[in-house]
Design a protein around this ligand. Sequence first.
Ligand code: SF4
Length: 272
Amino acid sequence: MPDSRSALRADCGRCAALCCVLPAFSRSADFAVDKPAGTPCPHLRADARCGIHARLVPSGFPGCVAFDCFGAGQRAVQVVFGQRPGGPPAPADLLTEAPDLPGVLAALRGLHEVLWHLTEAQSLLLPGPLRDEVAALRERVEQLARTGREELAAVDVGEQRRAAGPLLEHASRALRAEVPGRTARHRGADLSGRRWRGARLRGADLRGALLLGADLRGADLRRADLLGADLRGADVRGADLTGALFVTTAQLDAARGDASTRLPEGPLPVWR
Ligand code: SF4
């Protein structure tokens, strides 16, 4: 399903470094510096590119690797600055010209994340009432994302998430029911550091599970539901994630994979 979600992938070349300017950073394991909201990161170059892109993790910025705007950045730039002659202003002037930009970006990011999952569910479900419901909600959310900056500032993203939640739950059950045999249930479990090398986790419910640093080398994660699972530092080399459900690029970026990892359709981690 790569093409159906192409607009929901970050395209930094069509953005204006919004994620390097708008948020505040606190010095932590994710960010090596303190940075107030609305000021450019010290590593942001004049051409609006990251000066340490190839060495973010060793430089102390794994938080940047793990962040995914779901394509909201380029859309926010189009919505807010689409008619501006010469394109967006310099990073330092973004907020001066558009103080509503953080709100627009936050709304679009939330809507795009919902769209990411609904698009996947719609593409995988068989024709029927559930797929029709998913498609209808997806169209509504897409319409909201297509509105102007004033409308976006008033959008209740939580309402859209609440509407999508039960549909994604039903979709997960229906899709995992196609997996033969019993499937494991570890929803929300703390599985940090778990040694699951070569484990059979096909069709497992791993929603919201903490898999920090877990050894998942060679594990069978086909059609496992990984919505919101924390994969930071999990070793997925040789793992099979074909058809794994509701996986995002940011989740995989935070994991350790390589060319031997089999990926679901859609996410494109940096290590591939
Ligand atoms: S380190 Fe690079 S990617 Fe992260 S905020 Fe700074 S410029 Fe942006």
